[in-house]
Design a protein. Structure first.
Length: 663
């Protein structure tokens, strides 16, 4: 086994790999850009080496700097994680030339599976089911249209060297095909330095189910069951689970055996994933093979009891796998939710900034909750890298138990300073169709056709936020009554009767102490609430009618902001007298920003398609912004005339920065 390894990555995967390495008593070397000099993975490592400026192309993608870091520190192997150089055959080749082990498959397997055109041909030769499509790169948009017509719409345009949802577009007609080809090609060039695009038939109402494979240098190849990854947004996975609620034993075995056949065909060694598209009749088709560890690998670890990073290290060190196919477990059910710094209410735009408050839900001693995170309170989410904050993994004896644990754990997060997708994840956990296991890769588009709003993420069960807010305010006032120096006879009064105001809704709530608990009356609803919450704590943990409840609590001046089960609401708590006067308070109208095109995210302005005096029509493209390596087209919401162009291509934009002004 290696004495020291260099981890050529950042964020949660670097931290996760270090935990296994330290358990195996392997020293770790972190590499970091200038933006990551104080990152968590740097703090966890035994040594750290600076490798360049923030852009990945100048740091994490610099093979020469990574190899030099290995030589300087004496690292015997490189663990690549996912993304960056994890599937770069040239990097593996250069490491081998320097006598440094690459913790991953061989160069041949990376090259064969890294090119979607070549991998599809190899899969067919290995007897793996493949999707109908065009086996060569598409030279231009018109050729793409002609091929799409031959295959039959809808079609998928995808970057040949792609991954992670980048460089992928679905086209339903000629116009969509031309536009999709342009966008896929640009994103492929930007993300992978390879602008080749291929086309294949798009399987409607598909499920995305993948098989985890593991192979050593001694001819042993296993499949470690499957993962269901159908809950996706823009082809990026949001929720993953193992096993799949859809597969039967016959299909599972057939998919596993085909995955093993493909791994043998390319002499695969290490952990890898063969991804399939599965239709409603359980017909499955090869999608691609990822020659690395997947983001969602923890759900496989939870149901098999295996540590995939450890097994990758052992295989790279030349050890023989000590497990046979019939010994692979499938114990219980596991779910993974990806917690991102993004705003679901703003079209899932990335949210950058400092984590002024970051509290994770507690892990359970029984192993039902696991958190793989790469940040800490005070850390910064930058525009240079993927906005993944953490992965929340829950396990249960069955799917229902795993979902219930996930709901509770999501409520235990407290994230301030950046926006997060916690509310959206909670809404997914409560969605009847998700609970029923009726999943497709179109789930989010179908269930949230108009995007995510405060209404669509509202919980279907009672959230008790108004009652909890009344109790929070009551406890706050009770503490204020203990402050010394109050004038005799003028001490802060403690009412039992409160008016809780949420927008236009008013609720009259009465609190009655009952020993250490409270009886709470809201109309016809009576609750018994017990809590040891103290003013200032960001998390309120309580028992409501003997059921555990957790909510996030923030005080903002005279108001409170509480969130639970995906719903966030702002409340004002007043005495009956103050509530009567509040009815006469004027409401300040927000400023009219409808005459501006605002940047919905921080990013690079790639192009501006209009000039002063132009007449624009609703739906017309006005500008393109690149953020997190993805191009985003900004379009006119209504007909208008351009009065002023305030930014130009190449500018770096802040969120809500005006780009174009209209008359």
């Amino acid at each position: 086994m290696f004495d020291k390894i260099l981890i050529a990555n950042r964020g949660e995967i670097a931290c996760r790999a270090m935990k296994t390495a330290h358990r195996l008593r392997i020293s770790t070397v972190a590499v970091h850009s200038e933006a990551d000099r104080d990152a968590l993975h740097v703090r966890l490592a035994d040594e750290a080496v600076a490798i360049g400026p923030p852009p990945a192309a100048e740091s994490y993608l610099r093979m020469d700097k990574l190899i030099e870091a290995c030589k300087r520190t004496g690292a015997q192997a490189v663990y690549p994680g996912y993304g960056f150089l994890s599937e770069n055959a040239e990097f593996a080749r250069r490491l081998a030339a320097e006598g440094i082990a690459f913790v991953g498959p061989g160069v041949h397997a990376i090259e064969a599976m890294g090119d979607k055109l070549a991998s599809k041909r190899l899969a067919a030769e290995a007897g793996v089911n493949t999707i109908p499509g065009h086996a060569e790169a598409i030279p231009d948009a018109q050729t793409a249209v002609q091929i799409a017509r031959d295959i039959g719409y809808p079609v998928m345009l995808k970057a040949s060297a792609g991954g992670g949802g980048k460089g992928m577009r679905i086209a339903h007609d000629d116009a969509g095909c031309r536009e999709g080809f342009k966008r896929a090609r640009n994103e492929a060039r930007s993300s992978f330095g390879d602008d080749r695009v291929l086309i294949e038939k798009y399987i409607e109402r598909p499920r995305h189910i993948e098989i985890q494979v593991l192979a050593d240098h001694h001819g042993n190849v296993l499949y470690l069951n499957e993962r269901e990854c159908s809950i996706q947004r823009r082809h990026q996975k949001v929720i993953e689970e193992a096993p799949s609620p859809f597969l039967d034993e016959t299909t599972r075995r057939a998919m596993g055996e085909q995955a093993v056949a493909l791994a043998r065909a390319v002499d695969y060694r290490s952990a890898g994933t063969v991804e399939f598209i599965v239709d409603a009749a359980r017909n499955f088709y090869f999608l691609e093979m990822n020659t690395r560890l997947q983001v969602e690998h923890p759900v496989t670890e939870k149901i098999t009891g295996l540590d995939l990073v450890e097994l990758m290290l052992r295989v790279a060190a030349g050890e023989t796998l000590d497990i046979a196919q019939h010994q692979v477990r499938r114990d219980g059910w596991a779910l993974e939710a990806r917690v991102y710094a993004e705003s679901p209410l703003r079209g899932f735009l990335p949210s950058i900034g400092r984590l002024t408050r970051y509290i994770e839900p507690p892990g359970d001693d029984d192993g039902t909750v696991r958190i793989d995170s790469g940040v800490y309170e005070g850390d910064e989410v930058t525009m240079y890298y993927d906005p993944l904050i953490a992965k929340l993994i829950t396990w249960g004896h069955d799917r229902e138990a795993a979902i219930a644990t996930m709901r509770t754990a999501l409520d235990g997060y407290c994230i301030q300073g950046v926006e997060s997708n916690i509310a959206f994840l909670a809404a997914l956990m409560d969605h009847p169709r998700f609970v029923a296991g009726n999943l497709t890769t179109d789930f989010i588009d179908e269930e949230f056709p108009d995007g995510v709003t405060a209404q669509t993420v509202a919980p279907r069960a009672e959230d008790y936020l108004a009652e909890l807010t009344a109790l929070v305010h009551h406890l706050w006032v009770a503490r204020e009554r203990t402050i010394g120096g109050q004038l005799p006879g003028r001490e802060r009064p403690l009412n039992r009767h409160w008016h809780v105001i949420e927008g236009e809704r008013r609720q009259e709530i009465v609190l009655s102490p009952a020993g250490q608990d409270f009886d709470v009356l809201n109309g016809d609803t009576r609750l018994r609430i017990a809590t040891d919450w103290r003013p200032g704590d960001p998390l309120l943990r309580a028992s409501v009618n003997n059921q555990p409840v957790c909510a996030q609590v923030f005080r903002e001046g005279a108001r409170y902001r509480l969130s639970r089960r995906g719903r966030e609401a702002q409340f004002l708590v007043l005495t009956p007298q103050a509530a009567a006067l509040y009815r006469h308070m004027p409401v300040k109208a927000p400023p009219d920003l409808s005459r501006f095109l605002l940047s919905p995210m921080p990013g690079l302005l790639v192009s501006v398609a209009v000039s002063v005096g132009d007449e624009v029509k609703a739906g017309q493209e006005l500008a393109v912004i690149e953020a997190m390596k993805m191009e985003n087209s900004l379009r006119a919401e209504r007909d208008a005339t351009v009065r002023e162009v305030l930014c130009q291509a190449g500018d770096t934009l802040d969120v809500d920065q005006p780009i174009v002004a209209f008359d």
